[in-house]
Design a protein around this ligand. Structure first.
Ligand code: ATP
Length: 329
């Protein structure tokens, strides 16, 4: 049954309180040189909902993801996940606590098989070493349990036939699916997806959208960064808009797309498009599709496994969007 109660307590506005927040962030800021990449006064993410984080290139969306998940350290700020303070908590512990994220440029390990990648996801669970995640037969029943969990997820994501293939042989869209499946190995409560649609061929788009909706149906909370307005309008329950590091608008998708602050934020980069006009959103979608930077985004520094442990096989596969598009065709 869907919960139709309002998400916000009172009126939707930047920094508004939510009826049931899973994340609460306060005064989170991060600057690079003189550039205030993130300057978020107050933000709550609603539990059991799908929230889209949108904004023009360079608005600070990925940096905010990095800060909340412990992949970067803010200059100021506090934030809680499920009431637990996360400032200063390492990324692997954040994942263990149930808050996982994926990356704009997928971080699947090309020289590991699909199943090995899944085990790597599980290595974020308590007491498990990466070595154990990769080499079979040394940890008995736990391994059996994780293998079953991985097999279930791979079947759900239609990757079961590929379980013994190297991740490098997957298409860009399949790598996105694998990254999402792998993140679920820790049984997260909050799944944060950074541009899940970037570089994904249209044939896989619907499947990805369905997987994201399923996460919510299974009781998880989803926060995703996306330039694809079609996706935002179709699956988000709530939209948060960033521009120049700040939250400039929040609300249900239909309302936010008509908000002047949102139109202004996008007009900065896409000055010919009027989001408020009839067909404006579609025009923006077209323009974004043409905008190379809006698809590629910026790379970030998430590292899954230390070379020291995996040796030569530890090469993380950084596939640029062009390659992925090529492979998806
Ligand atoms: N490691 C870094 N060093 C220096 N500047 C950085 C770094 N990471 C991000 N920035 C800058 O911080 C700002 C915010 O970048 P960020 O990648 O978070 O934006 P974004 O909203 O995710 O953009 P996009 O939609 O293009 O991915 C940009 O001006 C960017 O150049």
């Amino acid at each position: 049954m869907t919960d139709a109660r309002p998400i916000a307590v009172g009126e939707a506005a930047p920094g508004c309180r939510k009826r049931d927040p899973i994340v609460v962030a306060e005064n989170v800021s991060r600057s690079f040189g003189g550039n205030n990449a993130v300057d978020v006064e107050y933000l709550e993410i609603p539990r059991h909902k799908i929230t889209a984080l949108i904004g023009p290139n360079g608005a600070g969306k990925t940096t905010l993801f990095n800060l909340l998940t412990g992949f970067d350290t803010p200059n100021t700020g506090t934030w809680q996940f499920e009431g637990n303070d996360l400032a200063g908590v390492a990324s692997y512990k954040v994942a263990r606590m149930g808050m996982v994220r994926t990356f704009q440029l997928t971080k699947v390990m090309g020289k590991l098989t699909v199943m090995e990648n899944m085990r790597l996801g599980a290595s974020q669970q308590p007491g498990e070493k990466l070595r154990n995640a990769l080499f079979k037969g040394i940890w008995g029943s736990r391994e059996k349990q994780l293998t079953e969990q991985a097999e279930g997820l791979l079947a759900k994501f239609k990757l079961d036939a590929k379980r013994d293939d190297y991740a490098a042989s997957l298409s860009g869209g399949q790598r996105k699916l694998l990254e999402m499946a792998r993140s679920l190995m820790v049984n997260p409560k909050l799944v944060m997806l950074d541009e899940p649609m970037a570089g994904v061929n249209p044939a896989l788009t619907q499947s990805l959208l369905d997987h994201i909706k399923n996460l919510k149906a299974e009781g998880m909370t989803v926060l995703f960064v996306e330039h694809d307005m079609h996706m935002v309008r179709h699956i988000a329950d709530w939209v948060v808009v960033m521009a120049e590091g700040k939250i400039v608008a929040e609300g249900p998708p239909a309302t936010v797309m008509k908000d002047q602050a949102v139109i202004d934020a996008y007009l900065g980069a896409h000055h010919d498009v009027d989001l408020g006009a009839a067909g404006g959103v579609e025009a923006l979608e077209e323009e974004l599709a043409e905008d190379e930077k809006s698809v590629v985004g910026t790379s970030d520094a998430g590292i899954i496994a230390p070379e020291a442990v995996l040796g030569e096989r530890a090469e993380t596969l950084h596939v640029d969007t062009e390659t992925r598009k090529e492979e998806d065709r």
